[in-house]
Design a protein around this ligand. Structure first.
Ligand code: HEM
Ligand SMILES: *[C@@H]1O[C@H](CO)[C@@H](O)[C@H](O)[C@H]1NC(C)=O
Ligand SMILES: *[C@@H]1O[C@H](CO)[C@@H](O)[C@H](O)[C@H]1NC(C)=O
Ligand SMILES: *[C@@H]1O[C@H](CO)[C@@H](O)[C@H](O)[C@H]1NC(C)=O
Ligand SMILES: *[C@@H]1O[C@H](CO)[C@@H](O)[C@H](O)[C@H]1NC(C)=O
Ligand SMILES: *[C@@H]1O[C@H](CO)[C@@H](O)[C@H](O)[C@H]1NC(C)=O
Ligand SMILES: *[C@@H]1O[C@H](CO)[C@@H](O)[C@H](O)[C@H]1NC(C)=O
Ligand SMILES: *[C@@H]1O[C@H](CO)[C@@H](O)[C@H](O)[C@H]1NC(C)=O
Length: 609
């Protein structure tokens, strides 16, 4: 037993080293799709902190049914994928399973629970099919299986597709034909089935003739495929040594012995090849990678999403409590189970956008972080298995709006005598693309309406129930004289899986908010029934240029956790340091508005989910 565990652990380590290569030099910030996928994979969560990974990690069981969540997620991905038709490239992992749960081939509570686990996570840059694939990656990794390299870019189907998922009563030829149609040989069919059937099992609620129901309880009885709940090759070794209790091998009803028919389809050759822990882990890594990357013809997947060693995120130039601030966070890796260096100094540097010191001609400015957060090492099974956790340094610095900001970078000094390490986005720093139109979350707000009716633009069935009304505020820089300020409001995560809510709404000058520091305020309202509204805010300037704030999240708005800005040091080539901070007069109105807004509305997204 010890030897087996030891060898499994070692093989897992080797595998994770094989994929633990950190992001290559081609990554540049901002890469919104990569940034979103990377955060979900390595932090396990979306923008508001809701954690997908924590539902399954560490190798969890459902509190109500005691089902293995990892097993449900891996099976879900297989069922979505397995209707693929390799002859014309239709089907595959495309999220169509959301519309196919009524079918006998997709029967059972495991599917409905999984679908609702994933419901709130898709957005502009991450499809539901990407989430389903990620579910298989998490489910495998968290129970001790190999780390499956993860790519994004899958495209969702918004309707059901053709059927054709294998069912246990079907004969071997039918199963071979189905796997061949999906592009998998007989050996690959055996591999994929053995790799799936290392987790979970059959439940009495779905197969009462094979698994007797537990008396007097709603909790199903399980007949697991092997005697461990880990992702390991015990399903193979117990099959080969004749001790297996896998109902799909030993059922007294021969018709239902689909695993026996499949596993022995090539005289057990493939099963013998999976008899060592290392071979099982590396074969499963390959074949599960194939499974999650089986996508419809024409879908272009991203490269493998690798861990960014220093990640810049949540960057925002905005107003908070009347102060024009620049916010950014730097996420650094920490080797698991080691303390963060207490001597470490982390600083942000930036250049003015306008004036004598434009683009750091003379001076640059710098400041230290406003808060530091050592993250829980359980955030993502993938990061944990690669041996890391995260430390986040959050920066909030006051900016003189007349000088604004053009780019920024970071320096990390461990104060160990080796001097600071600079993080400059692979060269010239992290660009602030524009300052002409800015999202102002703390002046925006959302109100929840119960039982109101939302009439969708362009007709369709009106939606009754919970509707959230968002008032989105943007700051527009004086002088650009925009002909139009508007937002594209998008929500992909809507209960019942309708096609995304996607609407353009004009933002109009809002005279209730006093102009400040060269900016005037615009606002517009949108109603949404979904879980994850994001807005792209655009301003079309008089000269025709369109400025955009891309993919702004609405989870917090006037409940945004407040961090006071830190002091700024200005240092030039020749001039000496000086310390200052901006809190300009005439901003009390803004501050009051922000505070009273949060008192009146006070609805956190987390209370809605
Ligand atoms: C001919 C091929 C296959 C057949 C006939 C088959 C059939 C089944 C059946 C009958 C169950 C029990 C479901 C329940 O009681 O609700 C099951 C569970 C499962 N299957 Fe398969 N399966 C096949 C291939 C695969 C493949 C290729 C994978 C993934 C790579 C997979 C992953 C799983 C998992 C993880 C479970 C456990 C689910 C849980 O415990 O909730 N299966 N399968
Ligand atoms: C839940 O399932 C696990 C693994 O199959 C098992 O060890 C445990 O006893 C079960 N718990 C309950 C309450 O049935
Ligand atoms: C793909 O091919 C299968 C059979 O080979 C056929 O049933 C299906 O309709 C085809 N789909 C398309 C979109 O052509
Ligand atoms: C065996 O299973 C098949 C398929 O579910 C079913 O039709 C048949 O009645 C079962 N036979 C027995 C003896 O229970
Ligand atoms: C394959 O292995 C199973 C389980 O050990 C055994 O029952 C079966 O006879 C074997 N088949 C062949 C062709 O070796
Ligand atoms: C909303 O409607 C449901 C069902 O019609 C009702 O039970 C509930 O009390 C209503 N809630 C509010 C806040 O009106
Ligand atoms: C920031 O500057 C103010 C005023 O100069 C000073 O009182 C305060 O101690 C400084 N804070 C820090 C953290 O250096
Ligand atoms: C700006 O900041 C860097 C730190 O990255 C410093 O080494 C450099 O001398 C500064 N440059 C100017 C022009 O002040």
């Amino acid at each position: 037993m010890f030897a087996m565990l030891h060898s499994r652990f070692r093989s897992a380590l080797l595998l994770s080293f094989a994929v633990a290569c950190l992001a290559d030099d081609t990554y540049r910030w901002p890469s919104p799709q990569y940034d979103q996928l990377e955060a979900l994979l390595y932090e396990g969560r979306r923008g508001d902190g809701s954690s997908l990974a924590s539902l399954v990690h560490p190798c969890r069981f459902r509190p109500d049914t005691n089902a293995s969540i990892a097993a449900e997620w891996v099976r879900f991905a297989f069922h979505d994928m397995s209707t693929y038709d390799a002859s014309n490239g239709t089907g595959g992992l495309d999220g169509s399973i959301a519309y196919e749960l009524g079918r006998p081939e997709n029967f059972g509570a495991g599917f409905t629970s999984t679908l609702s686990d994933f419901e709130v996570y898709p957005n502009k840059y991450v499809s539901r099919a990407d989430i389903i694939a990620l579910g298989a990656v998490f489910g495998t990794a968290t129970c001790g299986g190999p780390i499956i390299p993860y790519r994004g870019g899958r495209v969702d189907a918004w309707t059901a597709g053709p059927g054709g998922v294998p069912e246990p009563h079907q004969d071997l030829q039918t199963h071979k034909d189905m796997f061949t149609r999906a592009g998998f040989s007989t050996a690959e069919m055996i591999q994929l089935t053995a790799c799936g059937h290392t987790l979970g099992g059959l439940r009495s609620t779905d197969f009462p003739n094979l698994v007797p129901p537990a008396p007097n309880t709603a909790v199903p009885n399980f007949a697991n495929f092997d005697t461990t709940t880990k992702f390991d090759n015990v399903v193979v070794t117990q099959y080969l040594d004749g001790t297996t209790q896998n109902p799909l091998v030993v059922s007294s009803n021969q018709t239902m012995r689909s695993d026996l028919r499949i596993f022995s389809a090539d005289s057990n050759d493939t099963m013998h090849s999976l008899a060592t822990a290392d071979a099982f882990a590396s074969t499963c890594q390959d074949i599960l990678t194939r499974m999650i990357n089986t996508v419809p013809h024409g879908v272009a997947l991203t490269n493998d999403i690798t861990l960014l060693p220093a990640k810049v995120h949540d960057v925002q130039l905005t107003f908070e409590r009347g102060v024009f601030v620049f916010k950014a966070s730097l996420r650094l890796l920490q080797v698991l189970n080691t303390p963060v260096n207490k001597q470490r100094a982390v600083k942000i540097f930036w250049c003015d956008r306008y004036g004598a010191n434009q683009d750091c001609k003379g001076n640059n400015r710098s400041s230290t972080f406003a808060s530091k957060l050592e993250e829980d090492p359980n955030l993502s099974p993938v990061t944990q298995r690669q041996g890391y956790s995260f430390v986040n340094y959050n920066f909030v610095v006051p900016v003189d709006a007349s000088k604004s900001i053009s780019k920024f970078w970071f320096e990390v000094d461990e104060n160990d005598g080796k001097g600071p390490t600079a993080y400059k986005n692979g060269g010239d720093g992290y660009p602030v693309a524009q300052d002409q139109v800015l999202f102002v979350p703390t002046l925006s707000k959302s109100v929840l309406h119960q039982n109101s009716t939302l009439h969708r633009r362009g007709g369709g069935k009106p939606i009754t129930g919970l509707v959230k009304e968002y008032t989105i505020v943007a700051a527009v820089r004086d002088g650009s004289n925009p002909s139009r300020v508007y937002m594209d409001a998008l929500d992909v995560a809507i209960s019942g899986f309708p096609s995304p809510f996607n609407t353009a709404v004009d933002l109009k000058p809002n005279s209730d908010i006093t102009p400040s520091q060269g900016y005037s305020f615009y606002s517009g309202t949108v109603m949404d029934t979904g879980f994850q509204l994001t807005v792209d805010i655009h301003s079309i300037a008089a000269d025709g240029t369109t400025y955009t704030e891309d993919f702004r999240q609405t989870a917090f708005l006037d409940n945004t956790p407040y961090l006071a800005p830190t002091n700024v040091t200005s240092s030039g080539k020749s001039s000496s340091s000086s310390s200052w901070s901006w809190r300009l007069a005439g901003d009390t109105h803004l501050a009051q508005l922000a505070v009273s807004g949060s008192v009146v509305v006070g609805v956190m997204l987390s209370t809605l989910l």
